[in-house]
Write a protein that binds this ligand. Sequence first.
Ligand code: MSP
Length: 522
Amino acid sequence: MKELPMTENKNYYITTPIYYVNDKPHLGHTYTTIACDVLARFKRLDGYNVKFLTGTDEHGLKVKQAAEKNGVSPQGFTDSVSQNFRDLCGFMNFSNDDFIRTTEERHIKACQHLWTVLVERGEIYLDKYAGWYAVRDEAYYSEDELSNGADGKKIAPSGAEVEWMEEESYFFRLSAWGDKLLEFYAAHPDFCLPETRFNEVKSFVRGGLKDLSVSRTTFDWGVPVPGNEKHVMYVWIDALTNYITAAGYPDDPDMGGFWPADLHMVGKDILRFHAVYWPAFLMAAGLEPPKRVFAHGWWLIEGEKMSKSLGNAIAPADLVERYGLDATRYVLLREVPFGNDGDFIHANAVNRINNDLANGLGNLAQRTLSFIYKNCDGKIPTPAELTDNDKALLKKVYDDMLFTVRIELDNQRFHKALETIWDVVNAANVYIDIEAPWSLKKTDTARMGTVLYVLSEVIRCLSIIVQPVMPKSSARLLDQLCVAETERGFDCITKSSALKAETEIPQPQGIFPRLQVEEKAA
Ligand code: MSP
């Protein structure tokens, strides 16, 4: 067994962005949370004390306008939409430990405390703001960032319409933090991934930072600014603070040992907020920035971004109904290198499921376990002496697989982690064809027993390591091998936890159904 990297702190804190409640949850939101769920489960199985946070971002003009359009109060509106996101967690089998809403008391308290600290430290001051504001993006843009729309209206780079706004505003002294941010980036070369996106962040900061307007007076659906209730906080300072609220700020100075967060997972569109503004707010308040921000790509549909306005969003429930929950989770993380954009193509999903799950892992388990059930009295056979071929396969499983997968996942390379696991699946399928237990049945039953034992052991370890991605299917596989619930952690991917020979197994059931070809046409 290779030495495991030593970690001084066995806590692991991972967060999703908190989702705007002006939209129904779609594939894009689900994707971010699936990725976090996989990492949270992986770390728990690897012995960490995990805190996995998700939630909803409920303030701001956009939400207020959406509530008005629906003829309900902002609170009533956010209550119902936030519940959709909470329900999605159950439906997608997310293992979040907390679900935060920015309208909760604990959060309002944390925001106001952070604000007060920033004022006391001279980091926030009152002035006047005038500029081009896009309601859709909740952001101001400078003149040179705008283009002219078809009807002569000015358009932000995001495509949102902007309007001229003038208001009294509090400002955060972001301009004073440029050099300190650059120093922080230099000292933490893995702070932001993928690297290309980190480079964009650095050049943005090198280009010079302006002070940031952090309050609004034009609407009241937000966290009131302490001591000046004409103002509500800018939605991003409010939203970003959720990550420390959930860790126990401000009451618990140690934040339960969960700060700095290990990973903020975000979409590429909101990287600047997380990699520039957030570390600056935190440093200005005397708190540590998070350890990493990973910016993933977008799922596109026929080359277009998914959105409510385009009406092309894929509902997570549709995919789950079509492919099953675990297969959906697998496909989303396997199809596209994490970090890149991807076009969702149903025919590719069907191929992936049939090749990797039905023919790959599913077939490996089904043919091994059915063969044992029929030919070995339904008991895991007792192995005889192992050949070099047996040892080579087991070495991959015991020594190399988890070691490599750990490194890949610590860098959020989900596709590479899965590729590593499926190299073992493929090697085991090659092994079964070469060793041909069905022929050994007639010539050498002792050797047949050894081959089947080695295969069962490989399937056991594969089932343990795929748990984070496919929790339900892997549980069924482990049940079929009679592996106890307490023997499913990654510390059991060792020879010393190997299957006990002569264990009686139940009649095997197929786990990954093959999808019908006609589904490809849709
Ligand atoms: N409320 C802010 C985040 C505040 S975090 C302190 C927000 N919310 S959002 O609902 O608009 O988006 C949440 C996440 O979903 C973002 O990371 C965004 O990139 C992601 N996705 C939204 N559409 C997406 C796709 N089509 N594909 C992949 N992810 C995308 O921004």
